[in-house]
Design a protein around this ligand. Structure first.
Ligand code: GLY
Length: 362
């Protein structure tokens, strides 16, 4: 049999299947998995299927997938959980599993997990035999609203986060909040910071889907709204040559905080770190506006955070020298501007960082 897939026909089919969004050919379904995944798999011809999970998703999420009665019998690859395993050694384990399973160029990889699994499984699939199809089934709120969308795949190298990687759209993203019940509350709150970030970018901080957080009467509605904002930005700028940089709002300072506290007894979650990052970075905007107050109020209704000791400033500043947005040795931050979906890029100094942390600590 020749496994040839006419892309146009499959795109028409995906429209008929009513994907919630279609992003550069990648359907994004925000629906119960049982109504999307089995039917989508029926439409494709794959020679072989490999599921990549970590120890946690193997235990808590795979049983949900196994109940779906998929029209394929996948092989399983389970890797250790955690950001510290997002490296070349774990990629070697995955590639070995692909080799053992006999994955050819018509095979499919299913990434079942949070950002680490999605990024690393996507990277391994995108480089296997010069690229095979992969789908994302995000199981954390962070990955549902951010990491699984937009095709960024990659791994860390030494202390540098996501420095080896590429942009390649998955064959599909299947988002179902059913997995959120498997998460600890702190992890759930972490994802809410990215949802608030999307609302800040689109000037929708006063909409019910965001201002009710940390309570959410309808996760489907919240995720459709939040993911829609990311889709709109990636659609316009898939390779981050402009507007996509705005998705890094809060991350220049946030990533530095995350790295600095990583090896202390109380590391920040990603959401906690970018919450402080967003409050600090917004404060540095020359024309302060009401939007900043609303943002801080919304974030503080989710997170209770201690002040940052100012002795940390010089180390944080050194970490910020590594940020991918920097140009000609200058540290740059990307901020929402006066209109929805517009951006300001500012160069900042160590003194600005200190000033913004003082503001956060007030
Ligand atoms: N997480 C930011 C981006 O996908 O561009």
């Amino acid at each position: 049999m020749v496994n040839w897939r006419p892309d146009k026909a499959s795109e028409a089919y995906l429209r008929a299947m009513q994907a919630t969004y279609l992003l550069h050919g990648c359907p994004i379904f925000i629906e119960p998995l049982e109504t999307t995944l089995p039917e989508w798999l029926q439409t494709r011809v794959y020679s072989n299927v490999l599921i990549i999970a970590d120890e946690h998703t193997h235990q808590f999420c795979l049983p949900i997938i196994n109940r779906l009665q998929l029209p394929v019998v996948p092989t399983l690859c389970v890797i250790p959980a955690g950001e510290s395993f997002k490296d070349l050694d774990t990629c070697a384990l995955i590639w070995r599993a692909m080799e053992n399973a006999g994955l050819d160029r018509k095979a499919l990889v299913i990434n079942l997990g949070g950002g680490v699994i999605g990024d690393m499984g996507g990277f391994c699939a995108a480089t296997w035999k010069r690229g095979i199809d992969f789908i994302q089934i995000p199981t954390t709120l962070l990955s549902m609203t951010d990491a699984a969308i937009g095709g960024k795949v990659g791994i860390d190298f030494h202390a540098l986060k996501n420095v080896i990687g590429l942009i390649r759209q998955p064959a599909g993203v299947f988002i179902d909040p059913v997995f959120l019940h498997t998460l600890p509350q702190r992890e759930l709150h972490s994802g809410m910071a990215e949802i608030v970030k999307h609302a800040a970018i689109s000037h929708e901080l006063d909409r019910p889907w965001v201002h009710q957080l940390p309570h959410t009467p309808d996760w489907f509605e919240t995720l459709r709204a939040s993911v829609g904002i990311k889709v709109r930005i990636v659609e316009e700028d898939p390779h981050e040559s402009g507007l996509r940089m705005l998705l890094n709002f809060g991350h220049t300072i946030g990533h530095a905080l995350e790295s600095y506290y990583l090896h202390t007894p109380s590391p920040f979650t990603h959401g906690e770190a970018i919450t402080i990052g967003m409050i600090c970075e917004q404060y540095l905007q020359p024309a302060q506006n009401l939007h900043a107050n609303l943002l801080k109020k919304q974030l503080m209704s989710i997170f209770k955070l201690d002040p940052i000791p100012l002795q940390a400033v010089s180390s944080l500043w050194m970490l910020m020298q590594q940020d991918k947005k920097n140009a000609s040795g200058k540290v740059r931050i990307a901020l929402p501007d006066a209109l929805p979906f517009t951006m300001q890029v500012l160069e900042i100094t160590q003194a600005d960082l200190e000033r913004s942390l003082l503001h956060f600590n007030k």
